[in-house]
Design a protein around this ligand. Structure first.
Ligand SMILES: C[S@@+](CC[C@H](N)C(=O)[O-])C[C@H]1O[C@@H](n2cnc3c(N)ncnc32)[C@H](O)[C@@H]1O
Length: 234
């Protein structure tokens, strides 16, 4: 896989953007732009994603409303898990489609169960790899990552592939717990600061659009792929 930096136009050896050190608790010891990547939440914890208190903590329907999706939009839910956000996205795009990507086959199985039980025919589950979401080129209007990006083992490669999968002008939106606030009681590596998210998304060429702070404990960060761009990968 050949990866390119939009900023320098240089080929990047994926591993060259990472550093390694002794893993801290909940971390994998792999450092990207100053941040240690967290361990992946295993499928055994899927019940936690469905906990009723999430409504109060994360306001999931407000997240979807803030995206301003057109009814026929094509959306990617990256790190979809059991589909807690995916189902809401599907209802927001009745004439569109949601590509729900996860790396754990067990999460894809939970998604499939949900699709059957709730007749959510506009959701397409996609089994990705740790470095590649397996999305078709220039096919996506908006990609959402809720509580997921901080655990991507290859964030640089994932975002580079996402760049290719987005239509020109397409948007990337991350919901991450606020690292700036010590009162947000979430494990350290499961939180991200606005500054760090911007650093990482801008490193692959995405342009910051806005940060919405209306959620109780998370930032909602919006980025865009510019309308006219060179391809990121080949
Ligand atoms: C904490 S869960 C959040 C799930 C969902 N977004 C939600 O809000 O309920 C993070 C999910 O990201 C998935 N994940 C981790 N690395 C990934 C990658 N490189 N590509 C796709 N999914 C990934 C994990 O398997 C897990 O299901």
């Amino acid at each position: 896989m050949g990866l390119w930096s939009c900023q320098t136009g240089q080929a990047i050896n994926g591993d060259g953007v990472y550093r390694y050190e002794q893993p801290s608790q909940d971390g994998i010891g792999k450092i990207y732009l100053g941040r240690e990547i967290s361990q992946v939440m295993g499928y055994e914890g899927a019940y936690w994603l469905e906990r009723p208190s999430r409504e109060l903590q994360e306001h999931p329907q407000l997240v979807v409303d803030l995206l301003g999706l057109a009814p026929d939009a094509v959306v990617a839910d990256l790190g979809a898990g059991s589909g807690y956000m995916t189902q809401r996205l599907a209802r927001a795009v009745p004439d569109g489609k949601v590509l729900a990507v996860d790396v754990q086959p067990e999460m894809i199985e939970l998604l499939n169960q949900r699709i059957t039980e709730e007749a959510l025919t506009s959701i397409e589950p996609v089994l990705g790899t740790e470095a590649d979401p397996h999305l078709p080129d220039a096919s996506i209007d908006l990609a959402l990552m809720v509580d997921a990006y901080h655990e991507f083992k290859y964030p640089h490669e994932m975002m580079t592939h996402l760049w290719d999968a987005l239509k020109p002008g397409g948007q990337v939106v991350l919901a991450e717990y606020r690292a700036e606030n010590p009162l947000v009681m979430i494990k350290r590596l499961h939180k991200m600061s606005e500054k760090q998210v911007k650093r990482e998304l801008q490193a692959v060429g995405f342009e910051w659009v806005k940060t919405d702070e209306s959620l109780p404990q998370q930032h909602l960060l919006f980025f865009a792929k510019p309308m006219a761009t060179a391809p990121q990968s080949s």
